[in-house]
Design a protein around this ligand. Structure first.
Ligand code: SF4
Ligand code: SF4
Length: 347
C-alpha cells in the first residue's frame, strides 16, 4: 500500500507516529559545522516534517542513535551499582540503505561476536524499526554499489521525499493505520544502481601477499598526511570501538558514573599496553590496520560482507582530505604489483 502526502499531511502523520514512537532522522544544526558559518547534519529526534534533512547525506551516521558518542552505562556508589536506563518508547529510525546495512555489521560486532551480547547495544536495537529513506545517489564520496549495500529489505515503511512532500510505501501493515484517510499512490522504492565512484577491494587470501602488503611503502605516505585525529572513525557507519571513563561526583571518588566513550584506532596510544608498548606506533601503521580491518579482517572472520558500507563519511570528515576509496584502490594497485613481483621471482 502506498500514499502520497503533502507537507501538511506529512506533519499530521508524523504527529500520530510520535504518540507511539520517538522518530529520529537527519536534522540540520546551523553553524555547528567544522568551519564558522557551516552547518552540521546529524541524527536527532524530529518533531515536524520540515526538521528532516533528506536532500543531502548526513555528516554523521544513523549509528549515533543506537550507540551515541558517549553514554552512561552505570552509576556507582561505594559498594553498589545500577545500570543506566533508556526510554522504553520504540524508535522509528529514518535511514538510507547504507546506514541500515551498517546496523547488520554493528549487530554482528556487538551482539553476535563469539556468543557475547552487548546489553547496551541490544537494548537500543530492540527498540528500533527502520523507515527507509530512498537515496537519490548520495554524493561523490559514496560507493555503496561496490560494497553491495545499496539495497535492503529491512524496513517497515519506505519514503521518497521531494520539496512538495513525501511518497510512502507501507511494508509492515501495523503502520497502515497511521495513514488512514491519506491519498493513496502506488509506490515501490528505487535503489541506487551505480555510483560515480567504484572501489575494488583486492583479493588478500594469500598470506604471503598480506605479509608483503604490510611492508609496502604505500602506508608511509600517511605518516606525513594523517594527523591521527580520529574524525574518520567517529563518522564511520560501522566503527564500534569504545573506551570507558569514570566521572566522579564531588569529593568522594567512590561515587559517580561510568561512561562508554567512542575510541579510535587512528589515535596514538589506542593500542598501548603495559610497559608503554604499542603495536602500531605510526599514522601509517594505524591507517593500514583500519583499511585492512574494513576490507579484509571482518570478511575473513565472519565470512560475509566487508565491514565498510561505502557511505564515504570518513572521506567527507577527514581534515587532511584522505579518501578511503582512493586508499583502497591504491592498495589494490600495490597488491597487483606484489603479485607480479612474486610471479617474476617464482614464489
Ligand atoms: S570506512 Fe568510510 S566509507 Fe566505509 S563505512 Fe566507514 S565511513 Fe563509510
Ligand atoms: S585519516 Fe583523516 S580523519 Fe582519519 S585520523 Fe587521519 S587525518 Fe584524521
Amino acid at each position: 500500500m502506498g500514499y502520497s502526502l503533502n507537507i501538511t499531511q506529512a506533519d499530521a502523520v508524523l504527529e500520530k507516529l510520535r504518540k507511539d514512537y520517538r522518530v529520529f532522522a537527519p536534522r540540520r544544526f546551523p553553524k555547528q559545522g567544522r568551519y564558522s558559518d557551516t552547518d552540521i547534519v546529524r541524527y536527532a529526534e524530529v518533531e515536524r516534517f520540515s526538521d528532516i534533512v533528506w536532500d543531502v547525506k548526513s555528516d554523521y551516521p544513523a549509528k549515533e542513535v543506537l550507540t551515541p558518542i558517549q553514554q552512561t552505562i552505570f552509576y556507582f556508589t561505594e559498594d553498589e551499582y545500577r545500570a543506566s536506563k533508556v526510554a522504553a518508547k520504540p524508535i522509528l529510525l529514518l535511514a538510507r540503505p547504507c546506514d541500515i546495512n551498517a546496523q547488520k555489521i554493528q549487530a554482528r560486532i556487538y551482539a553476535g561476536n563469539g556468543g557475547y551480547d552487548d546489553f547496551y547495544y541490544t537494548r537500543m536495537r530492540e527498540l528500533v524499526t527502520f523507515a527507509l529513506m530512498e537515496c537519490g545517489g548520495g554524493d561523490d564520496t559514496c560507493f555503496c554499489v561496490s560494497m553491495g549495500t545499496n539495497r535492503t529489505d529491512d524496513y517497515a515503511i519506505a519514503l521518497r521525499f521531494s520539496p512538495e512532500g513525501v511518497v510512502v510505501g507501507v511494508e509492515d501493515e501495523s503502520f497502515a493505520p497511521y495513514f488512514d484517510g491519506m491519498p493513496q499512490e502506488d509506490y515501490t522504492p528505487a535503489f541506487v544502481e551505480e555510483n560515480e565512484l567504484k572501489v575494488t577491494p583486492p583479493d588478500l587470501s594469500d598470506i604471503e601477499v598480506r605479509k608483503a602488503l604490510k611492508k609496502h611503502p604505500m602506508w608511509k605516505e600517511f605518516d606525513s598526511r594523517c594527523i591521527s585525529c580520529g574524525s574518520c572513525t567517529v563518522a564511520c557507519s560501522t566503527c564500534t570501538c569504545f573506551t570507558t571513563r569514570d566521572v566522579i561526583y564531588g569529593d568522594n571518588p567512590e561515587v559517580g558514573e561510568r561512561r562508554r566513550v567512542s575510541a579510535s584506532c587512528q589515535i596514538e596510544g589506542f593500542d598501548q599496553m603495559a610497559g608503554q608498548r604499542e603495536l602500531r606506533s605510526t599514522p601509517g601503521d594505524r591507517m593500514r590496520f583500519k583499511v585492512l580491518h574494513k576490507f579484509y579482517d571482518y570478511k575473513a572472520r565472519f565470512k560475509e560482507s566487508h565491514m565498510c558500507v561505502g557511505c564515504g563519511r570518513c572521506t567527507n570528515r577527514c581534515p587532511e582530505f584522505i579518501s578511503i576509496s582512493a586508499t583502497v584502490n591504491k592498495m589494490n594497485a600495490a597488491v597487483e604489483e606484489i603479485k607480479a613481483d612474486m610471479a617474476r621471482k617464482g614464489v
